[in-house]
Write a protein that binds this ligand. Structure first.
Ligand SMILES: *[C@@H]1O[C@H](CO)[C@@H](O)[C@H](O)[C@H]1NC(C)=O
Ligand SMILES: *[C@@H]1O[C@H](CO)[C@@H](O)[C@H](O)[C@H]1NC(C)=O
Length: 444
């Protein structure tokens, strides 16, 4: 069986940073970064290159046939909205899901980069399960629980493991209710101990399921009562809106969140939400040329045969080494730290992004203050302010250096993670013939 490695948590825990200034050690197991107040896991430290090597393992060459196509599109039906909590200034996001009868409430990370749904069971007694941060699902107090009994296991990109048995339960997200095969974890490794989520809610395609032949939640919901075969994601951003008001909307689109039309990008391979990336754009630094406005036009770097995945479960944007270097070479003061990866001056946070006006076309954005990714012919921008992802402690002056929101080392599929998604309303449309992602810049 193919090992499916989940980057989602890998990156999230990678960013579980230590406050200890002495953590800038060259020892692989000691190297760690800056402060995250909510998740504190001193036993979980890593350096960036080693981490990124592991990331690569999460994305094996997935050869997946398009099609399958047994999903009837239901035109009348219901939608379900789940509020999204923002953890540690955009590090990760989760929402509350009802499981079983009567409902038990679990906090799950909605992850478009994986497909399994899992949460810990009361039968799990490993320390990560018993952690005060976590709710365990009690099968014996649910009248709708059905035993499946097949063993189940997911190994993550960082070496962490969850395992247990499959089970069948009623899963309810904001009123959309489905009988679903889920992973009931009885062994959760220590890396999960301090994560604020109980488990994961995969929104990828069934090809990524750790046990083959199991329908995803969306497969089942689309056959059932869901109004439209799609999930819409509005990730809240601390910088833009204080991290408030986010949602995942099953079966519907909240048009009040964006001005432009959605621009659709076809999925190239059904597994991850994988799309073709035409090009990326970098701003030419204003200091590098003083010959006038024209010379300060952004540079577009075209790409051949480059796919990327739109992954809500990954915190940052992760590109090839070369592309990350290209982007940072346009940002004065950025530097590649041997362990931490790309760092940028935290003063980038103060850069105003002129596009924030409610201009009707995102193509009118002043590109000098943003990088952009071109998908199906249209550029989607990420303000430079979002590249100053998090202050690194113990390096230079306090608040001088920030971990960049763009990192390298991902030579295969590139990852457009939350740093990208939180600037756009994103609609993941599961139509069997023509799966696609709709994107539109968020209103401020
Ligand atoms: C949990 O799994 C690990 C291997 O991943 C194993 O070493 C350990 O014994 C298991 N613990 C329990 C309680 O089953
Ligand atoms: C600076 O401007 C000159 C003249 O317009 C141009 O030839 C050159 O390529 C520019 N340099 C950069 C880095 O854009």
């Amino acid at each position: 069986m193919k090992q499916i490695l989940l980057l989602s948590l890998a990156l999230a825990t990678f960013l579980t940073l230590s406050t200890d200034a002495s953590s800038f050690s060259t020892d692989t197991d000691q190297g760690a970064v800056a402060a995250v107040p909510l998740i504190v896991n001193p036993h979980y430290k890593r350096n960036t290159p080693a981490h990124i090597q592991k990331l690569n393992k999460r994305y094996p060459d997935i050869k997946i046939q398009a099609g399958g196509g047994d999903n009837g599109i239901v035109s009348s039906g219901i939608t379900g909205r789940v509020a999204i909590a923002n953890v540690n200034s955009d590090l990760e996001y989760y929402g509350t899901v009802k499981v079983g009868t009567p409902a038990q409430l679990l906090r799950l990370n909605f992850d478009t980069g994986s497909s399994d749904i899992w949460f810990p069971s009361t039968a799990c007694s490993t320390p990560a399960c018993k952690s005060k941060h976590h709710t365990r699902f009690n099968p014996s107090s649910s009248s709708t629980y059905k035993k499946d009994g097949r063993p189940w296991k997911v190994e993550y990109g960082d070496g962490s493991v969850v395992s247990g048995q499959l089970a069948s339960e009623i899963i309810n997200v904001g009123g959309v209710q489905v009988r679903q095969t889920v992973g009931l974890a009885t062994n959760v490794s220590s890396q999960f101990k301090n994560s604020p989520e109980d488990g994961i809610f995969g929104l990828g395609f069934s090809a990524l399921m750790s046990v083959k032949g199991i329908n995803t939640f969306m497969d089942n919901a689309i056959k059932g009562t869901l109004k439209q075969p799609l999930v819409s994601v509005f990730l809240p951003s601390s910088r833009r809106n204080g991290g408030q008001g986010g949602h995942v909307l099953f079966g519907g689109i909240d048009h009040s969140r964006f001005n432009d039309k959605l621009h659709y990008v076809p999925v190239t391979q059904k597994g991850y939400w994988q799309v073709k990336l035409d090009a990326f754009k970098v701003p030419v630094p204003s200091s590098s040329n003083s010959t006038g406005n024209d010379a300060r036009k952004p540079i577009e770097i075209s790409l051949q045969n480059q796919d990327a995945i739109i992954d809500t479960g990954t915190t940052l944007i992760v590109l090839s080494t070369t592309a990350a270097k290209k982007i940072h070479s346009s940002i004065p003061g950025s530097t590649l730290h041997p362990e931490l990866g790309w760092l940028v001056p935290c003063t980038l946070r103060n850069r105003r992004h002129p596009s924030s006006s409610s201009s009707s076309s995102s193509s009118s954005i002043n590109n000098k203050e943003a990088i952009a990714f071109k998908l199906n012919g249209k550029c989607f921008h990420v303000p430079l302010a979002d590249l100053a992802f998090e202050a690194v402690e113990g390096l230079g002056e306090k608040g001088e250096w920030c971990l960049s929101g763009v990192q390298g080392g991902q030579e295969g599929l590139w990852i457009l993670g939350d740093v990208f998604i939180k600037n756009h309303y994103a609609v993941f449309e599961y139509s069997p013939e023509n799966p696609r992602v709709g994107l539109s810049p968020l209103k401020n």
